[in-house]
Design a protein around this ligand. Structure first.
Ligand SMILES: Cc1ncc(COP(=O)(O)O)c(C=O)c1O
Length: 434
């Protein structure tokens, strides 16, 4: 098959309205021909989100908790955002949602709390596939007497539940894993992990930062206990949010000032968070809900009490469209002679999100991303904040690999532009060792 790519090489991604949605992202319009293929490091925001952030700063940029109208409006805005994010993840009540700066600080906050509850359950299971944010934060509990067991990925770049089972025992306090790898894109079978962890009397902590922009989240169906996300990966500005089962959060010892009640969400929200970005997160959920109404033929319908259903439909449609992108990207990379790390079998596309890690034999990762930058394509090289994973892949931490990470506003045409760039590169003299 020719490596020079054009239209008509893959099914047209169902009838997902990618082009129409691109028009809602001012950054995509302003960037003209630039290709945003580094979304795992942060996604663009739709106009709806920009408007919400602006509105907050213009109309009620004041502290919450006052008795005047502007301050009451901040309280309302935070309450709306909590309800929206609760709907997005399937929380039972808005108080199960906490807002903060980012995912890493939430994971550390949780590790500090859980570290105080170890007693005779002193073992924590971490993986060698995760972002370091969901490893180092737990390893820091060594000082509190925690012991660690490693759930290792297999050669296919996935975590397998069969490998988790023998690690669990009556000593296990918690399993910490990600819903999808930010480096390889592989999806973890969380339902099985939760089942196994609970059978051993342990809890499951999920890093859903990389998974959340790509597929429906349902914490009830997954049966996990805690879940963390970053807003800036899911079409909102920089902020983080966390969900936890109410009674579990209630029981955890967390740092809080004396005047903060020992109740979620306040007890896991140290200090003031960025209200305008939380307003932006609310708008991002509403953007997704609008996609849900669009793909179910209810574009003009008023935003009723259907946020959960609308966002679920949106994420299902996004997931299905992104599978088309994954199939085409895998085909293009293979045509260009790339060595893909992780799932490369088209039949296993449902087990991944459209995040691909690869190297071009004979070229340093940096040479590939620099060539892409010259062609106005933004991709990334390095260890992807998963240095242990790079070591497992036999890759040097300093150079690592190349990562291309797509979301629903990316298109087949953009993939073909990358394919053309890589085949042109391949035709030049190799200059590295990768
Ligand atoms: C899977 C995963 N976990 C955690 C993080 C850290 O997120 P934050 O920057 O919100 O702390 C990232 C960031 O890239 C990530 O991809």
């Amino acid at each position: 098959m020719s490596a020079r790519n054009g239209a008509g090489t893959a099914a047209a991604g169902d009838d997902f309205p990618a082009e129409a949605l691109r028009a809602e992202f001012p950054a995509l319009q302003r960037a003209r021909s630039f290709v945003f293929f580094d979304n795992a490091a942060g996604a663009q925001v739709p106009q709806l989100v920009l408007d919400a952030v602006n509105r907050h700063l213009l109309d009620h940029n004041v502290q919450r908790g006052g008795r005047y109208a502007r301050s009451l409006a901040v309280d309302d805005s935070i309450a709306r955002a909590r309800a929206a994010v609760a709907a997005l993840v399937g929380a039972l009540r808005p108080e199960e949602i906490a807002f903060g700066m980012n995912a890493t600080s939430f994971i550390r906050l949780m590790s500090l709390a859980i570290g105080q509850t170890l007693r005779d359950r002193d073992e924590i299971i971490v993986t060698d596939l995760d972002h370091e944010a969901n490893i180092a934060t737990w390893l820091a509990l060594a000082d509190s007497g925690a012991k660690f067991r490693w759930w290792k990925m297999r050669g296919d770049g996935c975590l397998h539940s069969e490998d988790l089972a023998p690690l669990l025992s009556g000593r296990t306090r918690l399993v910490a894993c990600s819903a999808a790898s930010n480096a390889l894109g592989s999806i973890t079978d969380l339902r099985s992990a939760a089942h196994l962890a609970h059978a051993a009397g342990a809890e499951l902590f999920v890093d859903a930062v990389h998974f959340a922009p790509h597929a429906p989240l349902n914490v009830q169906a997954l049966d996990c206990d805690y879940l963390v996300c970053s807003g800036y990966k899911i079409f909102a500005p920089h902020m983080g949010f966390m969900w936890g089962r109410y009674e579990l959060l209630r029981a955890l010892p967390t740092f809080r000032e004396e005047f903060i009640a020992d109740e979620p969400p306040g007890k896991i929200e140290a200090g003031t968070f960025v209200y305008e970005n939380v307003a932006g997160m609310d708008a991002a959920v509403n953007y997704l809900a609008r996609i849900g109404r669009l793909v179910t033929g209810r574009a003009g319908a008023p935003q009723a009490q259907t946020l959960r259903e609308d966002t679920r439909h949106a994420m299902q449609a996004i997931q299905s469209y992104e599978r088309t992108l994954s199939l085409e990207l895998a085909r293009v990379l293979e045509d260009c002679g790339a060595r893909i790390y992780g799932i490369d079998d088209p039949a296993r596309v449902p087990e991944r999100v459209p995040t691909f890690c690869f190297n071009m034999p004979g070229f340093l990762p940096q040479a590939v991303t620099e060539a892409a930058a010259r062609a106005d394509i933004g991709i990334r090289d390095g260890h992807m904040y998963a240095p242990r994973l790079m070591a497992r892949l036999g890759l040097a931490r300093e150079s690592g690999a190349v990562r291309v990470s797509l979301v629903h506003y990316n298109t087949l045409a953009e993939i073909h532009r990358l394919g053309n760039l890589l085949s042109d590169l391949r035709a030049t003299e190799p200059r590295g060792e990768a």
